[in-house]
Design a protein around this ligand. Structure first.
Ligand code: SAH
Length: 388
């Protein structure tokens, strides 16, 4: 008698259900009862969905134009698709949206958003109007796991990575608040989280942001990604995209940087700067080095000289950011003369320096002040913050 091979069962059916539930909980894009967000499908995944439904390939582009250019909120708006296809898509997918929990307007015009995600996590984005540009600062993670000593987001710890569509949805939701004719012109990945620790989803988002054919259509020249300095991912990013690179440096010696930024114990200053020297930076382009000035900690003339020397031979500019105080932080902002002197020493060494004005500091929207639903928003209830 021939014995038929028995199917191998790795898990009992109840264990399987549990496994999938857990997998879904840890990956919001795979919710078991929630339909997946169509914005999270890659081009080839979307093409496969359409091929299964006997649709021509160009529908993928049409659908993406609805999602990212016309920012459709329902499949029924997609009038160049047949009704049966719209219904099939509706059955299988959702068009996810961020929930705007709060908005706060600063006296200087900066607008801060608190967005709620499907699983209860929260993130922040900041819209910064300037003379000839409108910049949106977006988050790539809920919270952050890098533990920089002076940063408000670090207090939250890492909650989770955002999906590519959650990164892009911040731009879509912020755009909905603009009046006719206004358009976001620049994107900075400088909100909550470390973009290069969420590399895959950040790259998906960058593709959607930059594509002019079906995406949001903001040129990579107008996009800046800021990182704590993850060396391998920096190299990859510069090979795979054309976005501008900003590196949070904050100290000119390993000893001090290690105290302020624990990541320095993994990638030292010399590893980081060697990597920068070898990057394929096009002519006329520069790497931005961010340097938060912490009173009495990293703001002396000697620190400035050491910094200037470190950057020799790297096409660079330094963004000096006077520390933005936040509740629970022991650091302080140096006095104006000290900030001035620090910059002058750098300039004398031939370094290009910009001072970053604090924007939105009255609503805790300035650099590094973002910390979700923690102290910030509650304290200001009834002031500038508006519950939406
Ligand atoms: N994780 C990325 C991007 C997020 S932070 C990074 O670290 O680069 C964006 C910038 O704000 C970083 O340079 C960060 O060091 C700086 N920052 C954080 N807290 C700050 C604060 N309280 N005042 C001024 N800048 C701060």
């Amino acid at each position: 008698m021939v014995r038929r091979p028995q199917p191998v069962r790795l898990l009992s059916s109840s264990a399987r259900t549990k496994f999938f539930k857990r997998a879904a909980a840890s990956n919001p894009a795979l919710g078991s009862h929630v339909k997946p967000d169509i914005k999270n499908l890659s081009f080839s995944e979307l093409a496969a969905v359409l091929a299964e439904r006997k649709q021509p390939a160009y529908r993928a582009k049409q659908i993406r134009q609805w999602l990212f250019q016309k920012q459709a909120m329902s499949f029924s708006e997609m009038t160049n698709l047949s009704r049966p296809l719209r219904e099939q898509l509706e059955e299988a997918f959702t068009i996810g949206r961020l929930k705007t929990v709060r908005r706060a307007q600063s006296a200087d015009g900066t607008l801060k958003f608190l967005f709620g995600l499907g699983d209860g996590a929260a993130i922040e984005s900041v819209l910064i109007p300037e003379a000839r540009r409108l910049t949106l600062c977006i988050s790539t993670q809920a919270g952050c796991g890098f533990g920089c000593a002076f940063c408000a987001t670090a207090i939250l710890g890492l909650k989770r990575n955002l999906t590519g569509s959650e990164i892009v949805d911040q731009i879509i939701e912020a755009s909905r608040t603009l009046s006719g004719g206004q358009r976001i012109t620049h994107i900075v990945l400088m909100g909550m989280g470390e973009p290069l620790a969420n590399y895959g989803e950040t790259l998906k988002a960058l593709e959607i942001i930059s594509d002019g054919d079906w995406g949001i259509g903001i040129s990579p020249r107008r996009v800046t990604l800021s990182t704590v300095g993850l060396v391998p991912q920096i190299q990859k990013l510069m090979e795979e995209t054309h976005v501008n690179l900003a590196i949070s440096l904050h100290a000119p010696t390993d000893e001090l940087r290690g105290e302020l930024m624990p990541v320095n114990r993994k990638y030292s200053l010399s590893q980081l700067l060697d990597c920068c020297r070898k990057l394929p930076i096009p002519r006329r382009k520069r790497i931005t080095f961010e340097y938060v000035l912490l009173g009495g900690v990293n703001d002396s003339e000697q620190h400035a000289r050491q910094l200037g020397e470190l950057l020799q031979g790297i096409p660079s500019k330094v963004n000096v950011i006077p520390f933005n105080p936040h509740p629970g932080s022991a650091f302080s902002r140096p006095p104006a003369e000290r900030i001035e002197r620090f910059q002058n020493v750098l300039r004398d060494l031939g370094v290009q320096v910009n001072l970053r004005r604090a924007r939105g500091d009255d609503i805790q929207a300035a650099c590094g002040q973002l910390q979700g639903e923690a102290a910030g928003w509650r304290r200001r209830d009834g002031l500038a913050a508006e519950a939406v």
